[in-house]
Design a protein around this ligand. Structure first.
Ligand code: G4P
Length: 190
């Protein structure tokens, strides 16, 4: 999506060869106008799909998801990150390993918020190695929900996330695909 690429070039910074900082419009401060346009773009891509629920992971996936949920008129569920493993049996849970942060964390979801009848669109702000997305897929499978697609705001195409998730047969729509952050230069895939 051209507009997002322009924002990334104008306001983003390559912190090093692997990490893109976009605090000014996604990860710290949120640009609601941009979020609405991103949500419309996602809505358009998945227009043939019947979606009954948006699922994301806290924190930064929530903003675009809420705009999309508003447009589609469906609820938004965010999977919660917990450090404690003392969770009741009324929750789905799985462990995710973050390569970027080199930590394991637990994500949980109350069983009452995702049902077998749900047709889910999973949305997240970044895809790097795909671990968060695979964790969300695990939770949705535990719930026997149907996964209609995956929307990612910024995909780092030089990392392995897409490969892993596509291998499972899912349709991933990324609004911006970063080809490289080498030497501070942000480039996109064609
Ligand atoms: P993965 O899920 O694709 O394997 O990614 P990874 O675990 O490596 O990423 C962990 C966290 O770091 C996630 O956010 C992810 O969105 C974020 N992240 C990964 N690469 C980048 C990057 O280049 N730039 C930025 N800004 N974030 C990146 P999180 O810890 O869940 O944060 P938040 O959603 O609470 O803000």
């Amino acid at each position: 999506m051209k507009l997002l690429e322009e924002h990334i070039i104008k306001y983003g910074t390559a912190l090093n060869n692997e990490v893109l900082k976009v605090d000014s419009f996604i990860n710290h401060q949120i640009d609601p106008n941009l979020m609405m346009k991103l949500a419309k773009d996602i809505q358009d891509y998945f227009k043939e799909k019947e979606i009954t629920k948006i699922v994301t992971i806290e924190t930064s996936g929530i903003a675009p998801s809420v705009f999309l949920g508003y447009l589609l008129n469906v609820p938004v569920v965010y999977l919660k990150k917990n450090s404690s493993k003392i969770i009741g049996t009324n929750c789905y849970q799985t462990v995710i390993h973050s390569f970027t942060k080199d930590v394991d964390y637990l994500i949980t979801c109350d069983k009452k918020y995702i049902k077998e009848s749900d047709k889910v669109l999973f949305v997240d702000d970044f895809m790097a190695n795909g671990e968060a997305c695979l964790g969300a897929i695990d939770i949705l499978k535990q719930a026997n929900a149907s996964i209609e697609g995956i929307a990612i705001i910024i995909e780092k195409a030089f990392q392995s996330g897409r490969q892993k998730v596509e291998a499972l047969g899912y349709d991933i729509y990324s609004l911006a695909r970063i080809a490289s952050l080498e030497n501070g230069n942000i480039t996109f895939t064609e």
